[in-house]
Design a protein around this ligand. Structure first.
Ligand code: NAP
Ligand code: COA
Length: 263
């Protein structure tokens, strides 16, 4: 179910970095459904082609690594050259694995910071002169680890916290050019690679769901609706914001057991 009208994004061009699977592909699909011309990018060329094929005729599937500034710049140029000036850019590429700091090499830590944080800088920095200005809307996909420290997630907590501040700084610097920069912080989303890594068993998933205020995992389509709002005219005075689409997860452990523990 959606509150948004058909063809809301007709005439818009969207580039979704990390849009070849999961949540970001769901966002790209929804944008295309609402009439936008869409390009998705990831490292694996076959996966990118399949993702574009699943979005529909005219969608572009591009291969690049967001850690490589020249490569992401070339992908953005190809998208803008083929589809037109970019109205929407999503930075959603990310990496995660579960490991304690002492089980993580310097390269392991750097790899996640490089994909998530440096990658977001690269995607946004490289897109600026290809944006339709004024009017463009950028979204970085962050996570609850940006705010809530979590064991086994040193790399992701550091990277996503950096993304939150980057969103705010770019919103300040690029607001005068008519470019809005916002974030979405999804909670645990069902059927995603991210949650397969964080809660690999049904038991772990159910335990986590029991701590979420809305008592369930979210759906990819629900994050996509937030991503439509933030790029729509309805959000034209919203910049530097991070929208939690997380069933209240950010509020903390909402299990009754925790309530009793606090009394
Ligand atoms: P996913 O399916 O693994 O998607 C990751 C995407 O990024 C893929 O398209 C992947 O394609 C691409 N990618 C990874 N490394 C890349 C690189 N170095 N350069 C370019 N592309 C790269 O992940 P997901 O679980 O849906 O998560 C999507 C986003 O939501 C992430 O930012 C994640 O942190 C955030 N998030 C997820 C959840 C959740 O419940 N899953 C919760 C909170 C936040 P290739 O592998 O082909 O490169
Ligand atoms: N525990 C500890 N260290 C790990 C690890 C784990 N489970 N997985 C990878 N690493 C380390 C590697 O050992 C390596 O360090 P080293 O060179 O000191 O040995 C470093 O991380 C980089 O690994 P590599 O496999 O070369 O990186 P990559 O660039 O090919 O892949 C990852 C990046 C590791 C993040 C990979 O999991 C990935 O591509 N993820 C994308 C999908 C994803 O994570 N989706 C969820 C998004 S929330």
């Amino acid at each position: 179910m959606s509150a948004f009208k058909d063809n809301l994004l007709a005439g818009k061009v969207a580039f979704v970095a990390g849009g070849t699977s999961g949540i970001n592909l769901g966002i790209a699909r929804r944008y295309a459904e609402l009439g936008a011309k869409v390009a998705v990018a990831g490292r694996n060329p076959q996966k990118a082609a399949a993702a574009a094929g699943s979005i529909g005729a005219g969608a572009l599937g591009l291969s690049c690594d967001v850690r490589d500034y020249g490569a992401i710049r070339a992908a953005l140029e190809q998208a803008a050259g083929t589809l037109g000036p970019l109205d929407i850019v999503i930075s959603g590429a990310a990496g995660n694995f579960v490991a304690p700091a002492m089980g993580m090499s310097a390269n392991g830590f750097r790899t996640v910071v490089d994909i998530d944080l440096n990658g977001t800088f690269n995607v946004f920095r490289a897109s600026f002169d290809l944006l339709r200005r004024p009017g463009a809307a950028l979204i970085a996909i962050t996570a609850g680890q940006a705010i809530n420290p979590a064991p086994l997630q040193a790399h992701v907590c550091a990277a996503k916290a950096g993304i939150n501040q980057l969103i705010r700084v770019l919103a300040m610097e690029w607001g005068p050019s008519g470019v809005r920069v916002n974030g979405i912080s999804p909670g645990p989303i069902a059927g995603t690679e991210g949650m397969a890594r964080l809660t690999p068993t049904d038991e772990a998933a159910q335990a986590l769901a029991g701590r979420i205020p809305l008592r369930r995992y979210g759906e990819i389509a629900e994050v996509a609706e937030s991503a439509v709002f933030l790029v729509s005219e309805s959000a034209r005075y919203v910049t530097g914001a991070i929208l939690d689409c997380d069933g209240g997860s950010q509020l903390g452990d909402a299990s009754e057991r925790r309530g009793v523990g606090l009394m």
